[in-house]
Ligand binder design. Structure first.
Ligand code: ADP
Ligand code: MG
Length: 319
């Protein structure tokens, strides 16, 4: 006999909560934020064929579904608290559910966030998580705080997820080890929660890279009313990407998407504090440019020569 809706929720998703007052099982969950904290809320939906390929292992999909939401909390400098999971499943496939739950809860436990509720329905595979975190009033990192003269940074490396996608699309070929490493970047991104927390009070603005570095930087520039100059050769990339053609390196690093690194700005006087925050978080922070007055986004290479800005950004209704 196949698993019913409530058996499925009970078997795969119900865990005892520690931080929340009430978890799965009633009409609402009850969260218990620390006194005076603001609640940061973010939702992200993953649709099969749109956000992930059917070839992805269920465990990696469980990880990624939560990781992309944690990445939004990270970009706000919020401490993860609880999340809900709205799931449409074609059928109650226990092999899928077991793997999906394993990947989901491994990341949840590592990041101290707990599943407090959700919804389950039959339908085309679709995963929507809403994550909630807490942040002291006035300390959330916003897109609107970049100021002319600030340094511009990116965490980790960018471009591998797009490189993996191009291999799946048949546009590029990699040897097995190289493919496995970029595929892991695409399927198991590491949300930069610790970095976001460490950057509170240091970064003047932040955003996570989901649609491509230049496109997401553009959101910061518009919301802050500033421009920027970016050294495209300074954008950090993996050793696998660094041996591809320069054209592919630039396309993947600047317009790749699905990176889930943080782009952030900080005053030059905070340069040491930025590096200390990055060390604390165990991830590199690389300076890739500077915020300027005006509204232009200018690209230059390592020699300071202008690079034409022909790079796109992911848009669900235009691609
Ligand atoms: P409601 O009748 O309020 O819609 P449901 O019967 O859909 O509630 O769900 C019963 C309980 O199980 C609720 O506490 C709900 O939050 C939880 N729940 C349902 N689906 C999921 C899921 N995929 N993950 C976690 N909790 C879930
Ligand atoms: Mg109800």
């Amino acid at each position: 006999m196949s698993l019913g809706e409530f058996d499925l929720i009970g078997k795969y998703f119900t865990r005892e909560v520690r931080r929340a007052t009430l978890g799965i099982g009633d009409d609402c969950a009850l969260l218990a934020p620390l006194a005076g904290m603001q609640i940061a809320v973010s939702s992200d939906m993953l649709v099969e064929g749109r956000h992930f390929l059917s070839t992805v292992a269920p465990e990696r999909l469980g990880h990624k579904a939560l990781a992309v939401n944690l990445s939004d909390l990270a970009a706000c400098g919020a401490q993860p608290l609880g999340f809900t999971l709205a799931l449409a499943l074609p059928r109650a496939d226990e092999v899928f559910l077991e793997g999906f739950a394993r990947g989901l809860f491994a990341l949840a436990e590592a990041q101290g966030i707990e599943l407090v509720g959700g919804d389950t329905t039959q339908g085309p595979l679709n995963i929507c998580i809403t994550a909630m975190g807490e942040v002291p009033p006035g300390q959330a990192l916003l897109r609107s705080g970049a100021r002319a003269g600030d340094d511009l940074y990116v965490s980790g490396t960018v471009g591998d997820a797009r490189l993996a996608l191009e291999v799946f699309r048949g546009q590029l070929a990699l040897d097995a080890a190289a493919f496995e490493s970029v595929r892991a970047a695409m399927e198991q991104p590491q949300p930069r929660v610790a970095l976001g927390l460490a950057l509170r009070g240091i970064a003047t603005s932040a955003i996570d890279v989901s649609d491509g570095l230049l496109g997401d930087l553009g959101h910061v520039l518009r919301r802050s009313g500033v421009g920027a100059i970016v050294d495209v050769d300074a954008v950090p990339r993996s050793v696998v990407l660094a041996v591809q053609s320069l054209a592919w390196q630039r396309e993947c690093t600047l317009a790749g998407g699905d990176d889930y690194e943080l782009i952030f700005t900080a005053a030059p006087a905070s340069a040491d504090a930025v590096q200390a925050a990055a060390r604390l978080a165990g991830v590199a922070a690389t300076r890739i440019g500077r915020i300027e007055a005006g509204a232009a986004l200018r690209l230059v290479d390592a020699a300071g020569r202008p690079v034409p800005h022909t790079f796109g950004s992911f848009d669900h209704f235009r691609s």
